[in-house]
Structure formats: structure tokens, C-alpha cells
Write a protein that binds this ligand. Structure first.
Ligand SMILES: C[S@@+](CC[C@H](N)C(=O)[O-])C[C@H]1O[C@@H](n2cnc3c(N)ncnc32)[C@H](O)[C@@H]1O
Length: 217
């Protein structure tokens, strides 16, 4: 397991992130029950764009599984083993033979250009070095492939943005997620080409992002 320092907070390591998600795993679905009503149609829309060999990062408890097109070929990775146990149960309940593995998006075990689509929902708020993780997606996705993300981000308004910055250390400590990530900028920093952004939720708090590995494809 890597010990990566978060470039934004300078403090959260990958092991710490794993510990935090293992801690909340038994309560995760309950904690997310209310916002999940809002997220469900967004998940459905994002997953409907996934094609070919699909890599889902940070599958959590498997909330996206039921939304994939029938027969979808999905490999899923998850940092926290207790989340993964729940995801495996969910896949079994749905009769899905997804390949689900423990893994870290910052160090993927797959060869270059292994997937047609990489997908992640509400994950890059937690990855200690998100740009490194996004660079890994750029490496493992085929040149004509897509990287599809649904992520909450820092609201780009002076007062609210600053408030999110102040609150962030506490939220990270409790639930493992940063509320002030600039994920669109991080996607660009990773060398990915953003082809579409949909601004969702209050003040565009959530972004649905479609990116390519390069403009030529
Ligand atoms: C907020 S949860 C989202 C789970 C799920 N994607 C969803 O939409 O409900 C974030 C997930 O990302 C996982 N995660 C965090 N850092 C990761 C990393 N470096 N590699 C893989 N998964 C990671 C966490 O363990 C957690 O399950």
C-alpha cells in the first residue's frame, strides 16, 4: 500500500483513507440514503455512457452496479476491503459476474490501454493524490476510450468556497472525503481532455465529466 501525501491537505495518506472507509463501510448505505435519491438518475446517465471493457474505480458498496447496461463487462477496484465485501454481496444479489478486486487507483495493476471506459462516482474527493490517480486512468484507458466521472467539487464562489475550505479538515477526518476538491482542474492537470461537463445540484456542486486521453482520438 502506498503512503501518499495529499497535495491539498498535505496530511492524509492512502492507509488513512482506507482505514476511514473501512470504518464507515457498515453505515455507508444508510448515511447516503437521502442524497442517493438525487444521485440515482445521475448514476444511471453516467453508466449508460460506459462501453466495452469498463473499469470502475472505488466501487464502494456497489451503488452503480444495477445501472450498467445488461451484459456490461466490468472490472471494479476498491481501496477499502470492508466496502469491497459489501460490493461483492451486491454483485452476487444482482447475479453479476463482475471482476471485483482490492486496489489503489494511484497504482493500477493493469497494462496500458486495457479498458474502453473508466468510470468513478464520488471517488476523487477521497483519493489522496487525485492527479496521480487520474494519470493512471489516462494510462490504462485506450486512446479512443472515455473517462467518466461524477464528483462533488469545491463551489467556486468566494464565501462558500472559503467556508468549504475551512470545514474540509473536519469532514475528511470523519468520513474520508474532501469537500473542496477542484476535480475539473485535476482532470486537466492529469493531461486528460475534458470534452463535456454537466453542472448538477445546488450551485453546480456535482460535476458529470466526460474526458478523453487525447484530442486526436
Ligand atoms: C464516497 S465513496 C464512493 C463509493 C461509490 N463509488 C459510490 O458512488 O457510492 C469513495 C470510495 O472511494 C474509495 N477510494 C478512495 N481512495 C481510493 C483509491 N486510492 N483507490 C481506489 N478506491 C479508493 C473509498 O474506499 C470509497 O469506497
Amino acid at each position: 500500500m502506498t503512503m501518499t501525501r495529499d497535495p491539498e491537505t498535505g496530511s492524509v495518506s492512502t492507509n488513512m483513507t482506507k482505514t476511514r472507509y473501512n470504518r464507515i463501510a457498515p453505515f455507508y448505505n444508510f448515511m447516503e440514503a437521502i442524497p442517493e435519491r438525487r444521485f440515482r438518475p445521475w448514476r444511471k446517465k453516467l453508466t449508460s455512457k460506459a462501453k466495452g471493457a469498463i473499469l470502475e474505480i472505488g466501487v464502494g458498496t456497489g451503488k452503480n452496479f444495477s445501472h450498467y447496461p445488461q451484459g456490461a463487462c466490468v472490472t471494479g477496484i476498491e481501496l477499502a476491503d470492508r466496502m469491497l465485501v459489501i460490493a461483492r454481496q451486491k454483485a452476487a444479489e444482482l447475479g453479476l459476474s463482475f471482476d471485483l478486486r482490492e486496489g489503489d487507483v494511484q497504482n493500477l495493476e493493469f497494462p496500458d490501454h486495457s479498458f474502453d471506459t473508466a468510470i468513478a462516482t464520488f471517488v476523487f474527493c477521497s483519493v489522496p493524490d487525485p492527479v496521480r490517480g487520474l494519470k493512471e486512468l489516462r494510462r490504462v484507458v485506450k486512446p479512443a476510450g472515455r473517462i467518466l466521472l461524477l464528483e462533488h467539487v469545491r463551489i467556486d464562489r468566494p464565501v462558500i468556497g472559503r467556508f468549504m475550505d475551512c470545514l474540509n479538515p473536519l469532514v475528511v477526518r470523519i468520513i474520508g472525503a474532501n469537500i473542496n476538491r477542484r476535480t475539473v482542474e485535476n482532470v486537466q492537470k492529469a493531461g486528460l481532455c475534458v470534452e463535456e461537463i454537466e453542472h448538477l445540484g445546488m450551485m453546480g456542486l456535482v460535476k458529470m465529466i466526460s474526458a478523453k486521453t487525447d484530442w486526436a482520438s
